[in-house]
Design a protein around this ligand. Structure first.
Ligand code: CTP
Ligand SMILES: C[C@](O)(CO)[C@H](O)COP(=O)(O)O
Length: 241
């Protein structure tokens, strides 16, 4: 049964952290502005969120020196609002949260994940609205054998991990605005390393739900991810030549 009716009293917003510089991509332009066919990575990502009916507003968090976004036609969309990010992804997400109302729900989704599908966003929203206390994230179960390396950085195997309970976190991650803002702000103030929103909620004693998503919801990080993302977008029927 769809729990989305619970949204009647609150709203669903989105934050797209897009203020990174893509160091690992080794590209002259930030990876969110690399074109796959005729559209940039960010345009594909925003199109997926703009066409998800329940999302009322999208905060795109840009690098302070971003000169690209204003040239994209999507920047004029009435649902799109911008702000500027910080040194770390968590700083950028916090900047976006400051523009939203306390009682709303927010989906935080990486600009670098353009292959997300509405079916997975729907799964996340429905599951999180069933258990309104902890929020939730999309994630994939680990299918490879996982090794922990020796701490001397010589990359020798120190141990093989029990992968049966291991998941790779993805996005969107969905939480109540006020809780996420308070917990993220506290974690940043404490100088803790926060690489996703769930980490900040866990530090506050919350147990966000893991909702399994498709493995094509990849994060474009390195050069070789671009061809894979283009392939998946073609498979999904979204690729624009
Ligand atoms: N200070 C930052 C760092 C990252 N991001 C965003 O967070 C998402 C995931 O981050 P990541 O893949 O690490 O992107 P980059 O930080 O750009 O990549 P790198 O770590 O290789 O520099 C990306 O959409 C990126 O634009 C952000 O908004 N603000
Ligand atoms: C949020 C995230 O995509 C979940 O896997 C990931 O933590 C982002 O990490 P990055 O180093 O900022 O790409």
């Amino acid at each position: 049964m769809s729990m989305i009716k619970n949204l009647e009293k609150t709203k669903l917003m989105a934050i797209v952290p897009a203020a990174g510089i893509g160091t690992r991509m080794n590209s002259p332009i930030a990876k969110q502005y690399i074109k796959l066919g005729s559209l940039t990575v960010l345009e594909y990502t925003l199109d997926k969120l703009l066409t998800f009916p329940l999302i009322e507003k999208i905060i795109v968090v840009l690098h302070p020196n971003d000169s690209y976004f204003q040239n994209l036609s999507v920047s004029n969309h009435k649902k799109i609002h911008i702000t500027y990010g910080g040194e770390n992804r968590s700083d950028s997400v916090l900047a976006g949260l400051k523009l939203l109302d306390n009682h709303d729900w927010v989906l935080v989704h990486d600009a670098a994940r353009p292959c997300i599908l509405h079916s997975d966003i729907n799964k996340l929203v429905n599951q999180v609205l069933i258990d309104e206390q902890n929020g939730g994230i999309l994630a994939t179960k680990v299918t490879d054998t996982i090794k922990r390396s020796s701490i001397d950085k010589n990359n020798y195997i120190a141990e093989t991990c029990d992968r049966s309970l291991l998941w790779a976190a993805a996005t969107p991650q969905m939480f109540k605005v006020q809780e996420l803002r308070d917990n993220l702000s506290r974690a940043i103030t404490l100088g803790l390393t926060i690489t996703d929103e769930a980490s900040a909620m866990e530090l506050a004693g919350k147990f966000p739900k893991l909702i399994e998503c498709r493995r094509d919801n990849i994060k474009i990080t390195r050069q070789e991810d671009l061809a894979l993302a283009a392939f998946f977008l073609k498979e999904q029927g979204y690729y624009q030549e």
